[in-house]
Design a protein around this ligand. Structure first.
Ligand code: 3H9
Length: 687
């Protein structure tokens, strides 16, 4: 229930914002604050106001959900205008997160008192927007405009202490003193004859050169990002035009960006990430086991990464290897990885020692008898995994959950190997497992609701993004990837080069193209997967058979420079691909960027639709989260399923039919779900 409570302390009116969980500034809260401000202005016994929060968060800013709805008055700008027009001073008492419109409210106050745990940010750029309630005009009038620009362009929060140092906040107060200090400040400011509002000041022209330098650096780092360009223009306005004109310019830019697909996609990603952590509807609210200790089988790259992820979040981990030397190697790998983090400055020496102390290596499965959760991260072969699960069933306690980190094998077949299948589940971490946030939580046919809920909870404790998916070959992520890889191979066979494909992909917005990505991951991984399932990919197979496994052998789709990482075009690859095309009887042709992108992305959408039809993913947004976080799909495109929506289902369907006819590949025919969406005009994900 949204409310604002008004409390009187001496002659100051405290306006308590109370809109759980994050004091989003929705219509009801805005109206209530406006009402409270007007009442305080009218009340002769009140000399000033304090804006404070009833919650741990001051305010998360504008209610993002309202961006898709018809605007309701008073708008945030109208509320802020009313605060500006008040003859009585207003002080913001900032106790926690103060983001976006929340900070813009605070900027319209006469002073900001903060606790050291406060976090102040204008993160609108992360939603493809710029601050739209005066932030771009008030902030450069309050602090150095170059610093103001950087703060808004990164969206990164300043701590309470940093805010005081930069001039963003006026003073620091201990949490228990915050209200008293803010009230005292309001009483003090009430003694002034006129309020000193930021709108009445101007940006310091002496800082202009530094601002232009910062702007040029930003434009270089964010080429073609409209929100950054608009932000720079708006802040520049604080030097060049009066406050009200600057506000009009900011508003025009905000409204233009709001309806742009980029912002819609980023907003979709924000909500999809939060929704994906909610359990699918059929699971209900089962009991969750309290996982205290964890076992990991296998100390290779994945196993070590998983062990580090748990240890970093306080879980004692027992890591099992096949023999003592392998156990020692796994321990050394972890120790060296943690040392690298210390060298890079991302981990303290103390945290390194604490994390290492939580990891114990062993060779005897009996060491897992106390574990609440065991994650198998052994070689990706069914027989190996079944053998491990058989052994585990004999040693773990009856309540322990057994998870497999397989990236595509049948979780039910693994579960049959021993024990209670209700406690068996897939936990598909992505590499490096201690860094990547995504975890596909794979529910087998018999996996119990309690097992699923427990694993989701544990993954969230690790700061991961768990997404519950069904059990099928490759689950959601790798199943879709397989469709893309098929098309990649065909494109190369028909005339595209690895450079053409990667260039098209980076132009689409991905950091890495699929060929560079394949080289990085190792081409033998998908080769082995194809062999296991009786599939072929003529070009990729030929590369692997020629010993070109990617970066690890210095040669793959590209050859690699001395540093082992910089790709260089390789004539040998062109010759090899042309020979494969000839052998397959495929006539090569020039393929343009548009066809490359459509051939690679639209089949992914088609497979996504199949996955939704089969119930393997609970929501289209789950597929988007998996692809954004596991495979580098550009966040500002919203993920493959949302991209289909922004492109328009009728267009996607028509293009898939066109591509099926062009290539003779019947798997490109649009799925019934897409055909249906194209005709009924509905969306799979709300915009
Ligand atoms: C803006 O202000 C524009 C203005 O410049 C101009 C306007 C004219 N709105 O993340 P959590 C929900 S743009 C609506 O899990 P945490 C969230 O969906 C805004 N809902 O918690 C979730 O719902 P559910 C600029 C919001 O503690 C619940 O609150 N501000 C909003 O890990 C809990 O969220 C931002 O971009 C919102 N603004 O993190 C801040 N924020 O429970 C975006 C949250 O149903 N928000 N919800 O899934 C955040 O960064 C984090 O949510 C925050 C809390 C750090 C605040």
């Amino acid at each position: 229930m949204v409310s604002v409570e008004i409390e009187r302390r001496d002659e100051v009116s405290i306006i308590w914002m109370d809109n759980p969980p994050v004091n989003a500034l929705g219509a009801a809260l805005r109206a209530a604050i406006l009402h409270a401000v007007e009442a305080a202005v009218q009340d002769e016994a009140v000399i000033g106001m304090v804006l404070a929060s009833r919650h741990a968060i001051f305010s998360a800013g504008a209610d993002i959900k309202e961006f898709n709805q018809t605007p309701v008055s008073p708008s945030l700008r109208e509320l802020i205008d009313a605060m500006d027009a008040s003859p009585k001073p207003i002080v913001a008492a900032i106790n926690g997160v103060c983001f976006g419109g929340g900070l813009e409210l605070a900027l319209a106050c006469d002073a900001r008192i903060v606790t050291s745990t406060a976090r102040l940010a204008l993160p609108e750029v992360k939603l493809g927007l710029l601050p739209g309630a005066g932030g771009t005009q008030r902030l450069p009038r309050l602090m150095n405009p170059a610093d103001a620009l950087k703060l808004m362009a990164t969206g990164a929060p300043a701590t309470g202490d940093q805010a005081v140092t930069s001039g963003l906040a006026d003073a620091l107060a201990a949490a228990e003193r915050l209200l008293a200090e803010a009230t005292a400040k309001a009483s003090l400011l009430a003694k002034r004859t006129v309020r000193q509002r930021l709108r009445d000041t101007a940006a310091d022209q002496g800082t202009r050169d530094a601002f232009e330098k910062a702007a040029a650096t930003l434009l270089k780092a964010h080429p073609g990002e409209p929100q950054i360009e608009a932000l720079i223009e708006a802040v520049r306005g604080s030097y060049e035009v009066p406050f009200d004109e600057g506000m009009r310019q900011e508003r025009r830019s905000f409204e233009r960006l709001l309806v742009d697909d980029r912002s819609k996609s980023l907003r979709h990603a924000f909500f999809a990430e939060r929704e994906s952590g909610q359990l699918p509807g059929d699971i209900g609210s089962p009991d969750v086991i309290d996982v205290k200790t964890v076992g990991v089988i296998g100390g290779g790259t994945m196993g070590s990464g998983i062990a580090m992820a748990f240890a970093a979040n306080g879980f004692p981990v027992t890591l099992i290897e096949t023999d003592e030397p392998s156990a020692q190697r796994a321990y050394d790998r972890i120790a060296s990885s943690l040392s690298n983090s210390v060298r890079r400055g991302s981990l303290s020496e103390t945290a390194r020692s604490e994390n290492l102390a939580r990891i114990k290596t062993a060779v005897d499965y009996a060491e897992l008898s106390a574990a609440d959760l065991v994650i198998e991260a052994a070689f990706e072969e069914m027989d190996v995994k079944r053998q491990i699960f058989g052994r585990l069933a004999d040693v773990v306690k009856p309540s322990a959950i057994l998870a497999t980190n397989t990236s595509y094998l049948d979780v039910d077949a693994i579960a049959e190997a021993g024990g209670d299948a209700g406690r068996v589940i897939g936990m598909h971490f992505f590499s490096p497992a201690n860094i990547m946030k995504l975890v596909e939580v794979v529910r087998g046919r018999k996996t119990s609701a309690s097992t699923i809920a427990t694993v989701v909870k544990v993954a969230q404790k690790l700061g991961k993004l768990p997404v519950v998916v069904g059990n099928c070959h490759g689950f959601v992520g790798n199943r879709i990837l397989a469709r893309r890889s098929e098309q990649l191979d065909r494109l190369l066979l028909e005339g595209a080069t690895p450079e053409d494909v990667d260039r098209a992909f980076t132009a689409f917005g991905s950091k890495l193209g699929p060929c560079t990505m394949g080289d990085l991951a190792g081409l033998d991984i998908s080769w082995r997967m194809r062999r296991a399932t009786g599939r072929t990919a003529p070009v990729a197979d030929a590369l692997v058979e020629a010993g070109r496994l990617g970066q690890k052998t210095g040669r793959g789709y590209y050859r690699y420079a001395e540093d082992g990482r910089t790709p260089i075009s390789d004539l040998e690859v062109t010759t090899l691909i042309e020979a494969v095309s000839k052998k397959q009887g495929v006539k090569r042709r020039t393929i343009d960027q548009e066809e490359i992108i459509d051939r690679l992305i639209l089949p992914m959408i088609n497979e996504g639709a199949r996955i939704i039809e089969e119930g393997v993913a609970a929501r289209p947004g789950d597929i988007d989260v998996i692809w954004i976080h596991g495979y580098g799909f550009p966040r500002w495109r919203g993920g493959p399923m949302f991209y289909a929506q922004t492109r328009g289902y009728p267009n996607v369907v028509a293009r898939l039919k066109e591509l099926a006819t062009l290539t003779g590949d019947e798997s490109l025919r649009p799925e019934p779900l897409l055909e249906h969406l194209a005709t009924d005009g509905k969306s799979v994900a709300p915009q």
